[in-house]
Design a protein around this ligand. Structure first.
Ligand SMILES: C[S@@+](CC[C@H](N)C(=O)[O-])C[C@H]1O[C@@H](n2cnc3c(N)ncnc32)[C@H](O)[C@@H]1O
Length: 215
């Protein structure tokens, strides 16, 4: 995508209904058009918790479908109607269709009736305004079962100004996740990052070690 298109995309996002306009106009430079390799690898090697999984800001839903299976129902949610329509259009005929659900809703206000065993965040944390990061952590905490796992793909780790995507660091995640009781179990460089993101992406696996009631 040309620099002018990236500027147009940022301006659209910052406007009212910005994400939806980006999806409507096809200005989605973040969309790989295929599953995120490391998530697929974790799924294929049996390294992801079973049960119920949530992908907030799921976009066109490739990751949702990639990790959905008989042992794991995956909910992909996105605030953009056009993103969810695109996901439904791409995957409604999937043989895995009974193992995933797409929802058009706002992550920050959504209150499901059941909690999750796994939440995966990829390019959602970096998409939201940095002042919302504490709210993001609190919401993750509220949505995850006490022994559930949070997987974050920590990207983009660099020094650029502005966003979205806003720059991130491991410390940025720790700063908001620690106060709600999460501890990193494992943080490694993502060797399976796509070439343009290699060296700027880490895989973080987090669990709650302190429960909110006892904080
Ligand atoms: C950078 S895109 C990433 C999409 C997808 N995770 C991917 O990697 O292709 C961020 C996504 O978050 C969605 N989003 C932004 N704010 C949201 C919110 N408050 N609740 C749910 N989704 C939101 C946008 O519509 C957009 O699809």
């Amino acid at each position: 995508m040309a620099a002018a298109d990236i500027c147009l995309c940022i301006n659209l996002i910052l406007s009212a209904d910005g994400w939806d306009k980006c999806w409507e106009e096809g200005l989605t430079p973040w969309d790989l058009g295929s599953p995120t390799p490391v998530l697929l690898h974790l799924h294929n090697t049996g390294s992801l918790p079973k049960g119920r999984a949530l992908l907030p800001g799921c976009g066109s839903g490739h990751d949702v479908v990639a990790i959905a299976c008989a042992e794991r129902h995956v909910v992909g949610l996105d605030i953009s109607d056009n993103a969810i329509k695109r996901a439904a259009q791409l995957f409604s005929g999937s043989p895995k269709a009974e193992h995933f659900t797409f929802l058009k809703t706002d992550f920050f206000t959504w209150c499901p009736t059941q909690l999750f065993d796994l939440i995966c965040d990829y390019t959602f944390f970096c998409a939201i305004e940095p002042k919302l990061r504490s709210m993001w952590a609190q919401k993750i905490c509220d949505l995850l079962k006490p022994d559930g796992e949070l997987i974050t793909l920590i990207y983009p780790i660099d020094d650029h100004e502005g966003g979205p995507p806003y720059k991130v660091s491991v410390a940025d995640y720790e700063e908001v996740l620690r106060p709600v009781g999460f501890k990193a179990m494992n943080i490694v460089d993502n060797e399976l990052a796509i070439p343009p993101r290699k060296g700027r992406e880490k895989l973080g696996r987090w669990k709650r070690t302190v429960h909110q009631s006892s904080l």
